[in-house]
Design a binder for this molecule. Structure first.
Ligand code: SAH
Length: 463
């Protein structure tokens, strides 16, 4: 078997979109991914099915695997003919021992490539509103590690530069401030910590060399963080942009649609899966040709209906005699994939919008099929029945709650509920909506479910 290859890939500082196109492609192609902790775990969702995903994480100095074993694992996996991605936080060569990992490959005769990443040393200042260089301040910058072995309190070497950025320094900040003063930096030099840079819970803490230690102690610094020292820190008030936008917790499955609302914090809380028993649905689909209208309220309705049809040896031609309604552009786009162009897509992407459109048509006596979720709002079937249609609603999928991962509500301004099931899952997982957090709901049915659960949500339309 020919040897595989090792790709040393920089994953960026946290915001998952800050990975390079090349890095993202390699994650999707890898047989084995060995990853650290200081990176967006969501990136790993793009690994191919069956990929081996191994945490070799380093976090605040604690290593899950000693460096020699990481090196060995890289070499062994490649020797087994596998394509290995070694995913590292930020850039792969700036601190974090990337050089040693490829040296091990080199010595073992394993082929490798290096894919640089956006380093936290530059990304955290960028998201904090601090350009490391600026014509009015300085034209040079140094990046330094403030890490020292425990008990080593010798001064840190301070390079000659207008701006100095310190990584791995939270535990050693007192020594850093002392070393800067010792190297001739004046007491009133501004300094900022940027914690959790590019993450939704990023925090910027500022002071001067004179008062920063007190401020940092009161703020209880969190890791990971960088420190940035120099006149450029004065620009922060003016150039801050990230923390000025609200943080929006999105619980649905299409976070990219809501970017205009603020910084998106995505936590999937529900999944849509097949129902346990299709006897009733299959009996209806056997005679699907009898329907005058088939109305899809979601992508999942379409996906699961076509799955069942395919199991029966049927395809889109069984829908040839029916008119097709679709709530939402996304649902319509999914239907296109099955070769179907929807006849009716309401302007307002909701059951209400669809009922308004149907009110303009004659649907009395028409047979309407609604492939939907096991628990669905009654608004659409009731509205169509009231208009005289013969409605057959069948459950083709159900929503199940999944573990969404931690959320620090101190940093969440808005929770967006995209469906009734996201409301129910939220309440089950987190209980009440924390005070000072605003709720918004996609459409009136979702707002109603929120109200039933004691949550006052403002309605927004589907973007
Ligand atoms: N190769 C990485 C750095 C690894 S050293 C890079 O290029 O970013 C680990 C240090 O990086 C941490 O101690 C911290 O100083 C910094 N760091 C990593 N992610 C960070 C983040 N999101 N915000 C602030 N600092 C971060």
């Amino acid at each position: 078997m020919p040897d595989g290859k090792v790709y040393l890939v920089g994953a960026g500082p946290g915001d998952m979109e800050l990975i390079t196109l090349k890095g993202s492609r390699l994650i999707a192609e890898a047989d084995v991914i060995l990853y650290d902790h200081l990176l967006s775990m969501e990136l790993l969702n793009h690994a191919k099915e069956g990929a081996e995903i191994v945490s070799v994480g380093k976090f605040a100095g604690k290593h899950t695997l000693p460096q020699e074993q990481i090196n060995q694992l890289l070499v062994d996996s490649a020797k087994e003919g596998k394509m290995v991605v070694r995913l590292k936080g930020g850039d792969c060569y700036l601190f974090g021992r990337g050089g040693e990992e490829v040296e091990a490959c080199c010595e073992a005769g394993v082929e490798f490539e290096v894919v640089p990443g956006v380093t936290s040393a530059l990304a955290a200042p960028a998201y904090a509103g601090i350009p490391p260089t600026h014509r009015d301040c300085t034209s040079n910058v140094a990046v330094v590690t403030g890490h020292r072995k425990k008990g080593d309190d010798r001064p840190i070497d301070i390079p000659k530069a207008g701006t100095v950025i310190f990584l791995m320094s939270v535990g050693n900040i007192a020594n850093i401030v002392k070393s800067l003063c010792g190297a001739g930096w004046s007491d009133d030099t501004p300094i900022a910590a940027v914690e959790h840079g590019t993450w939704y819970d990023q925090r910027v803490i500022k002071g001067t060399l004179a008062d920063f230690l007190d401020i940092a102690e009161k703020s209880v610094l969190r890791t990971p963080a960088i420190f940035i020292v120099g006149k450029v820190v004065e620009l922060q008030d003016k150039l801050d942009w990230f923390s000025k936008r609200p943080n929006v917790l999105v619980l649905g499955n299409h976070p990219q649609r809501y970017r205009h609302l603020g910084n998106i914090v995505h936590r999937r809380i529900i999944d849509c899966v097949a129902v346990d028993d299709y006897t009733e649905a299959d009996a209806v689909f056997k005679d699907i040709e009898q329907f005058n209208w088939i109305v899809f309220t979601s992508v999942n309705g379409a996906k699961h209906l076509f799955r069942r049809l395919s199991k029966m040896g049927k395809d889109a031609r069984s829908l040839a005699g029916a008119k097709i309604g679709a709530i939402g552009k996304t649902t319509a786009a999914r239907l296109n994939e099955y070769g179907i162009i929807a006849d009716l897509i309401p302007q307002t992407e909701s059951s209400t919008g669809l009922l308004e459109e149907f009110a303009k048509l004659v649907i009395g006596g028409q047979k309407v099929l609604l492939p939907q979720a096991e628990i669905s709002s009654k608004e659409l079937p009731d509205g169509l029945t009231a208009a005289g249609a013969q409605v057959t609603a069948v459950s083709v999928y159900k929503t199940v709650e999944i573990e969404p991962g931690d959320v620090d509500f101190d940093y969440i301004d808005i929770v967006l509920f995209t469906s009734g099931s996201t409301v129910r899952a939220f309440v089950n997982k987190f209980g009440k909506l924390p005070p000072n957090t605003k709720a918004i709901a996609l459409g009136i049915p979702t707002q109603n479910v929120a109200k039933e659960h004691g949550i006052d949500a403002e309605v927004i339309a589907q973007p």
